[in-house]
Ligand binder design. Structure first.
Ligand code: MN
Length: 368
């Protein structure tokens, strides 16, 4: 179990206590997940004592009825959560000198409140790199959830393609996608805000859906994903609405070739930066290198962006079980943008995408 790995890490590195504060990390270790807003939610684990989950009082029952079988302690809004955490730590063990905290997540204010309860303890340990490392390798159960999320993304593309018509706003198409996901697939959350961009808006890679109206004969870019049982999908497709120009067709085909080449090259043994280069070299040779303005990909799992980062300068060797996106893009300001993206898992000798919506240029008929 994942929590055993954390306890082993504490022992190997001679830390007494780990204070885990990122809800996604807590879910990874305990199977229990929730959004605490500004309240305190944590997992406290020990070198040699039983871990506990700490939540606001209003979430205690939910935590006890979850997959988590260990102790759960709560606090009322009128109580000092840090004092209750400290009491429970001291009840469990006399060893709380060396702490490891999640430096990527714990706010300075929360850190100071925790430290004030243990003024003689040392909080220099950082559990974040360890968590990032073990989350690089997905179990078969995790991969199944990522595939299920990918199937929801494929469904979402179909809804989006069907919704395109002259005069529809980008935002209304995004809304139809999210509505149909909710009512037909029971999706509770998107993994990020659905992106629909038409024409020159697609040259701004992360511009949200605007009130811009779809016009005939332009490219429309979709980037979307869902959360399925705590795991994210993330995929992009670009389609033609009516007839597009030769140049638009050219950037589409260059991007598609780059994306397919990287999918074919992804396997154990290649490094992250070599994989980035496979796609980047094709786009650069075609004359569009300056318009590919982001890394090739990012890891995916419980979070839509995690490690590994598929980027120049990262010599990490790709291994079986790693899951990440392959998403080259070409963005020509004031003209158009193309991005084609799949996430997938590295297998024994290749890469298996989680999304299967066709990447041949789709030309949608004009609709009023
Ligand atoms: Mn992505």
């Amino acid at each position: 179990m994942n929590l055993d790995k954390l306890q082993n890490w504490l022992q190997d590195n001679n830390f007494d206590v780990a204070y885990i504060s990122d809800p996604i990390t807590i879910a990874y270790f305990t199977g229990f997940s929730m959004d605490p807003d500004e309240r305190i939610f944590s997992l406290v684990a020990f070198k040699d004592a039983e871990p506990f989950v700490f939540t606001p009082a209003l979430n205690v029952e939910e935590a006890k009825n979850s997959e988590w079988n260990g102790d759960v302690y709560g606090y009322l809004d009128s109580e000092n959560p840090w004092a209750i955490i400290a009491d429970n730590v001291k009840k469990r063990t006399n060893e709380y000198k060396n702490w490891a905290i999640e430096k990527n997540n714990l706010s300075v204010a929360h850190y100071q409140n925790l430290h004030a309860q243990f003024p003689d303890s040392d909080f220099n340990g950082n559990v974040s790199p360890f968590v990032d490392h073990i989350r690089l390798y997905k179990t078969p159960e995790e991969v199944e959830k990522l595939k299920a999320a990918g199937r929801e993304a494929d469904f979402a593309f179909q809804v989006g393609f069907d919704a395109i018509r002259t005069g529809a706003t980008e935002r209304s198409i995004a809304g139809q996608i999210e509505y149909q996901l909710k009512i037909q697939k029971g999706v509770m959350h998107q993994s990020f805000e659905t992106i629909v961009q038409a024409g020159k808006n697609a040259a701004n890679p992360h511009l949200g859906p605007t009130m811009n109206k779809i016009e005939p004969n332009e490219l429309v870019l979709f980037d979307l994903g869902t959360m399925h049982d705590g795991y994210a999908s993330d995929s992009s497709r670009t389609v033609a609405y009516g007839e597009i120009s030769d140049k638009e067709r050219e950037i589409y085909e260059v991007d598609r070739e780059a994306q397919q080449a990287a999918i074919d090259a992804a396997k154990p043994g290649i490094t992250a930066e070599e994989l980035d280069s496979v796609a980047r070299d094709i786009i650069t040779k075609a004359g569009y290198g300056e318009y590919f303005i982001h890394r090739l990909g990012h890891g995916i799992g419980k979070h839509v962006h995690e490690f590994p980062s598929i980027v120049q300068g990262n010599d990490l060797v790709i291994e079986e079980g790693m899951c990440f996106s392959i998403e080259p893009g070409i963005y020509i300001p004031g003209f158009a943008g193309v991005r084609i993206e799949d996430c997938g898992v590295v297998t024994k000798n290749g890469y298996e995408p989680f999304t299967h919506t066709s990447k041949e240029l789709k030309v949608l008929p004009l609709k009023d």
